[in-house]
Write a protein that binds this ligand. Structure first.
Ligand SMILES: C[S@@+](CC[C@H](N)C(=O)[O-])C[C@H]1O[C@@H](n2cnc3c(N)ncnc32)[C@H](O)[C@@H]1O
Length: 280
């Protein structure tokens, strides 16, 4: 397994994923009842962004750096920028927090996070990043197997984030959907968010069709294409399947998408928000 998220930290896919994750957590926090977040593919929790001139080098330069310092961002993006700013107190964008740290920062005192990571070095870095945090546990191992051990939690509310590296490309989809089925079967009151890469959208139709069968309480799809999906070799965009999203999460996401496509996209960029299965 060669994947290292540090090369991609803060790119357009992270921006979409983390903006949606924070919106979901904010929606959950409308009620006092405690929440649980399970991050099955947690990564190392925090990433140092290389610097070049005035800003970060690497993929963050065309991702989070394009939102940094922008005035009048919509709430979906402002919320993410504020959260990232807390990890860069001197105002220079040098660190990008991963999903476990972002989630934990958004969760309240009564909430909990469990994060899994299979690569030992990344898992050790994640333990260090979350050291001293009594609301969080780190589990080294296969996130798909650990999901069975960690669900259901005592909390009724919350979400499972499934964010694999897709090293096996589309061969990962059946495993992802099996994990969704397992999660919703074990924890019917929770929700699941799955991130997926987009090279060519049309090849994703069977994935969407199978996903919709698993979501009696609604399946929302949100996508950002930073360029047309006409090359099968590039990450042209990404999306998230949101199983059983909280009430009005779609309304929290929708106004942010045009700005995301405008600020992060090239010619031909686009966005989509659609119910693949309506909420009852
Ligand atoms: C896309 S990165 C995760 C990024 C993280 N969720 C974030 O948003 O900051 C995927 C991570 O999953 C890890 N990984 C790969 N296969 C795994 C598995 N079966 N179980 C748990 N972690 C795995 C990789 O080492 C990598 O750190």
């Amino acid at each position: 397994m060669n994947y290292r998220h540090v090369f991609h930290a803060g790119n357009h896919a992270d921006v979409l994923k983390h903006a949606v994750l924070l919106a979901w957590i904010e929606a959950l926090a409308r009620k006092d009842a405690p929440c649980f977040v399970l991050d099955t593919h947690g990564g190392r929790g925090q990433y140092a962004l290389g610097e070049q001139g005035a800003g970060p080098s690497g993929e963050a330069a065309t991702g989070i750096a394009r939102l940094w310092g922008q005035p009048a961002l919509p709430p979906l993006l402002k919320r993410l920028c504020r959260a990232v700013a807390n990890f860069n107190p001197d105002g220079r964008l040098r660190h990008y927090p991963g999903s476990p740290r972002l989630a934990l920062a958004a969760l309240r005192a009564q909430d909990r996070l469990a994060a899994c990571e299979r690569q030992p070095e990344e898992a050790q870095a994640l333990r260090t990043a979350l050291a001293g945090e009594r609301r969080a546990t780190v589990h080294e191992g296969d996130g798909y197997a650990l999901l069975r051990a960690l669900l259901p939690p005592a909390e009724k509310r919350g979400l499972v984030l499934i964010d694999p590296p897709y090293e096996a490309q589309e061969a990962e989809f059946p495993q992802v959907l099996a994990a969704v089925e397992e999660a919703l079967g074990r924890w019917p009151t929770g929700g699941v968010a799955v991130w997926y890469p987009i090279k060519r959208r049309r090849s994703l139709s069977p994935f969407f069709r199978d996903a919709a069968r698993l979501a009696p309480r609604g399946l929302l799809c949100v996508e950002l294409l930073v360029r047309p999906d006409d090359s099968p070799l590039r990450l042209n965009g990404s999306g998230m399947l949101l199983f059983h999203p909280p009430f009005q999460l779609d309304a929290m996401i929708a106004p942010g998408l045009p700005a995301l496509a405008r600020l992060l996209g090239e010619t031909g960029a686009s966005h989509r928000l659609a119910w693949l299965r309506p909420a009852p």
